[in-house]
Design a protein around this ligand. Structure first.
Ligand SMILES: [Zn+2]
Length: 346
């Protein structure tokens, strides 16, 4: 099965009332771990790469690894998605490379740091749709700004600033109508990376998990029941994974993520794509640290990359079950980009 347009995966998820994990990759072990988990749970899946990942893997390697993934598991629908595209030029590169979906993050300027105006965001997202849809490629846009910085991307907003940049539901409706995008990334108070909370208990000074504005998702879903929403920065940062890192010499104090229950609430209200990156990074890092600590005589990379791959796979298995995509790989006949071109042309 060739890579399928992400739009189809999201449309089917909406029909089935489930969400689909979008997992970030940089290398072979992560792709293999995702595909093994998708195969074991019979899940459709979205694999995504950021600009940083494309640079690290030097593009062509990632493309060939993705081709290998669909050859090995022909019964699994897989979309390959560009995460946080910053310009039309970057989208063109990704589409040329065979990506079936691209994100145009017009919430920020091309530098990936400065917030754009609403009008700038509408204009560039619309341009992305005009580029991608005639080729059958899916477009994700973003309205509002997330906290944190990852791979050099992000406005670096503080917790207080994040609350000023949440997605406005009325503006979201206008944004979707004006741009014609396929999926809308919403800002509801999540951040990229593992350090996700600036909230402190006023009495004890203890760090608290981030407060998410789930009501924004509920309201957007009420206004646009057919709009596919995307939650970014949605790793759960499980304590047990952080504990393994710290136990074997790491230093990650006071980290929080998004509880899976909150994501499931989002899925009941139109969230179809859930971006998870940090959790697999934590799992892999913990596994590598454990090998180095317990078996200092080991020097074959397979001795630590193998356990890292296995640890990441466990995270993917859990998320695929929790998001509800498990069991749905065989529900539909995958479309090609050519099929999707006709749908957009209607
Ligand atoms: Zn993101």
């Amino acid at each position: 099965m060739p890579l399928v347009p992400m739009r189809q995966i999201l449309d089917e998820a909406a029909k089935g009332g489930y969400g689909v994990g979008a997992f970030n990759v940089n290398n072979m072990e992560q792709i293999q771990a995702i595909m093994e988990a998708a195969n074991e749970t019979n899940s459709p899946v979205i694999i995504q790469a950021s600009r940083g990942a494309l640079k690290y893997s030097r593009m062509i390697y990632l493309k060939k690894l993705m081709e290998a993934a669909v050859i090995e598991y022909p019964h699994i629908p897989v979309a390959m998605h560009l995460d946080h595209g910053n310009s039309i030029e970057t989208l063109k590169q990704a589409i040329d490379l065979g990506f079936t979906s691209v994100m145009m993050d017009g919430s920020l300027a091309e530098d990936g740091k400065t917030p754009n105006t609403y009008e700038q965001n509408v204009a560039i997202t619309k341009a992305a749709v005009e580029l991608a849809h005639p080729l059958g490629v899916t477009v994700e846009g973003e309205l509002g700004c997330l906290g944190g910085i990852e791979d050099g991307h992000g406005a670096g907003l503080s917790a207080d600033e994040v609350s000023d940049h949440l997605t406005d539901p009325a503006q979201a409706e206008d944004f979707v109508a004006q741009t014609g995008l396929d999926a809308l990334a919403v800002a509801i108070g999540t951040s990229h990376g593992a350090y996700k909370s600036g909230r402190k208990d006023p009495k004890t000074g203890e760090t608290l998990p981030p407060a998410l504005a789930m009501d924004r998702i509920h309201e957007i879903h009420k206004r646009m029941p057919n709009c596919h929403m995307v939650m970014h920065g949605s790793s759960s940062v499980p304590k047990e994974l952080v504990d393994i890192i710290n136990q074997y010499g790491g230093k990650m104090p006071g980290t929080f993520g998004i509880p899976v229950e909150q994501i499931q609430d989002g899925i009941r209200h139109g969230v179809r794509k859930i971006n998870v990156d940090t959790d697999s990074r934590l799992a892999m890092t913990g596994a590598v640290r454990k090998v180095f600590f317990e078996k200092p005589e080991k020097f074959d990379p397979r001795d630590w990359l193998g356990p890292a791959r296995e640890a990441a796979k466990q995270v993917y298995l859990q998320r695929m079950e929790a998001f509800g995509q498990a069991g749905h790989a065989g529900d539909y006949k995958p479309m090609s980009l050519d099929d999707m071109k006709k749908v957009y042309g209607r």
